[in-house]
Design a protein around this ligand. Structure first.
Ligand SMILES: Cc1ncc(COP(=O)(O)O)c(C=O)c1O
Length: 246
């Protein structure tokens, strides 16, 4: 089997909208290395877009998967729940900073996490509007795409976005936007266009990923926290790419 043959089969079988970054078809992997179907060995700097923190096929992960498969594969937790689902939520709750009780909701993708965070914020506040940042990325569903602060390549060609989503500039020194300017843009938005009492949530990535790798300055995060407290707005930190507590 060759990479070229598989690429050709892939082109015939898979919709073009699903992009692929390499033409290397994996056969096996171990720790930080991948071997392709032609037997070539690669060092894997991508790690499934930074999610295989343990390396490929870590013995502890393999043992846990094997043990689970020996017990049951799928019951659907909403139908027949099980202990390790609850235990994982407890462990995540322990990791989240803050001296208060926390709860977890498991979903399949980052876009679903964002969608649900907005749904919770809108339902809880009984308000419709959401403020997001230029250059931000929040997923490919309609709300995720609407919140995303980049037309190309994410929104172009996909028609009307969700209503009541407002973007303000994200501070990036390299692009000549200071924290003061970002804060002033939010204040101006609230003065001129959007009543803060209509705002359900402000969503921000603590480190932007798809907009370039830009850390949100601490002053900006504090400003958003205070602004949200002042107006009863929910602050959402989209850590899908940063992975909190890593
Ligand atoms: C910050 C952020 N939010 C949301 C998403 C969407 O996640 P998913 O592709 O799992 O839907 C991503 C994906 O990279 C992301 O980086």
């Amino acid at each position: 089997m060759s990479n070229a043959t598989l690429a050709s089969r892939r082109n015939d079988a898979i919709a073009r909208g699903v992009g692929v970054m390499t033409q290397v078809y994996a056969e096996r992997a171990s720790n930080a290395e991948i071997w392709d179907v032609e037997g070539k060995r690669y060092i894997d700097f991508a790690a499934g877009i930074a999610v295989v923190n343990t390396g490929h096929c870590h013995p502890k992960v393999m043992a846990a998967v094997e043990e689970q498969l020996g017990q049951f594969t799928h019951t659907c937790h909403q139908v027949v729940p099980y202990e390790n689902y609850v235990r994982l939520a407890e462990r995540l709750n322990d990791l989240v900073p803050g001296d208060f009780a926390k709860k977890t909701c498991f979903v399949t993708t980052g876009a679903e996490a964002v969608e649900n965070a907005i749904k919770v914020a809108r339902c809880y506040t009984d308000r419709p509007a959401v403020v997001a940042f230029g250059g931000g990325f929040h997923g490919r569903t309609y709300m995720g795409m609407s919140l995303t602060g980049k037309v190309r390549p994410y929104k172009k060609g996909f028609g009307a976005m969700m209503p009541d989503v407002y973007h303000v500039p994200f501070p990036v020194g390299l692009h000549g936007i200071s924290v003061d300017e970002s804060e002033a843009a939010i204040e101006q938005l609230f003065r001129a266009t959007l009543d803060p009492n209509r705002v359900a949530a402000v969503i921000v990535e603590p480190v932007q990923g798809e907009g370039g790798f830009y850390q949100a300055p601490v002053e900006l995060m504090r400003f958003i926290r205070n602004l949200c407290d002042e107006h009863g707005i929910v602050m959402i930190a989209d850590e899908v790419q940063t992975g909190f507590a890593r």
